[in-house]
Ligand binder design. Structure first.
Ligand SMILES: Cc1cc2nc3c(=O)[nH]c(=O)nc-3n(C[C@H](O)[C@H](O)[C@H](O)COP(=O)(O)O)c2cc1C
Length: 184
C-alpha cells in the first residue's frame, strides 16, 4: 500500500526541501523511491535522514508543487536534523538504513526513529483526495498527454465542486491554473 505524504529533507547547507512522495510501509520500515533527478534523493544521500509528514490538508500539497514556500510553516524535528510541517496530522523522523541503486528510480529503506501525533484525523473529504490527484497530474505534465490531463481534471472537478470548503476551492484554483499554464 502506498501512502501519499510530504517529505521534508535538508542538504548539508541546511536548506530545507518539501516534496510530495508516495511512501510504502513494510513491517516497521518506510521505503522512499524518488525518480532521478530529485532534490529529496540528493538530500537523502547527503544527510541520510528525512521527516515523513502525514496530512489531509490538500493546500499544502499544492503549495509544494507550485512552489509557494511562504505558506509552508515548519518547525525543527527532535531526533534527526530536519523539519516537520506544523499543520501535519502526524510525522515520522526517519534514517536511511539501506539504499538500492537504480538508474531510474532508486529506493531508500528507512527506519523510524521518532513518531509524533500532532492533530486528530477528522474524516475523509473527497475534494482533498481530488486535489492530491491533480497534484500528481501537475508533476507529470511532461509525460502525460494533454487530452488525458484535461479529461482527468474535468472528472476530479466534480468532487471538488460538490465537497470543497473555501480552502479546498482555493487550492484547486491554484493547481488548476498551474497545470493549464504548463500544458498550453
Ligand atoms: C501525491 C504525490 C506523490 C508523489 N510521489 C512521488 C514518488 O513516490 N517518487 C517521485 O519521484 N516523485 C513523486 N512525486 C513527484 C514529486 O513530488 C516531484 O517530482 C518533485 O518535483 C520531486 O521533488 P524533489 O526534486 O523536491 O525531490 C509525487 C507527487 C505527488 C503530488
Amino acid at each position: 500500500m502506498i501512502f501519499e505524504t510530504i517529505i521534508s529533507s535538508i542538504n548539508n547547507k541546511n536548506t530545507v526541501n518539501f516534496s510530495p512522495f508516495g511512501i510504502r510501509k513494510i513491517k516497521k520500515n518506510i521505503y522512499i523511491s524518488p525518480y532521478i533527478p530529485s532534490q529529496t534523493l540528493n538530500n537523502l544521500l547527503e544527510t541520510g535522514c528525512a521527516v515523513v509528514n502525514y496530512l489531509n490538508d490538500a493546500s499544502l500539497f499544492v503549495d509544494c508543487v507550485v512552489g509557494n514556500k511562504a505558506n509552508i510553516k515548519k518547525q525543527k524535528s527532535k531526533k534527526i536534523k530536519g523539519f516537520f510541517l506544523i499543520n501535519c496530522l502526524s510525522y515520522e523522523e526517519v534514517r536511511v538504513v539501506n539504499f538500492k541503486e537504480d538508474e531510474v528510480r532508486p529506493t531508500f529503506e528507512c527506519e523510524v526513529v521518532n513518531t509524533v501525533f500532532n492533530k486528530p484525523f477528522l474524516g475523509i473529504n473527497r475534494a482533498t483526495n481530488a486535489i492530491i490527484e491533480a497534484c500528481i497530474l501537475a508533476t507529470r505534465t511532461n509525460i502525460l498527454k494533454k487530452t488525458k490531463i484535461k479529461t482527468e481534471l474535468n472528472y476530479l472537478k466534480i468532487a471538488v465542486e460538490k465537497t470543497s470548503g473555501k480552502k479546498e476551492l482555493e487550492a484547486w484554483g491554484a493547481i488548476y491554473k498551474y497545470i493549464l499554464k504548463r500544458i498550453q
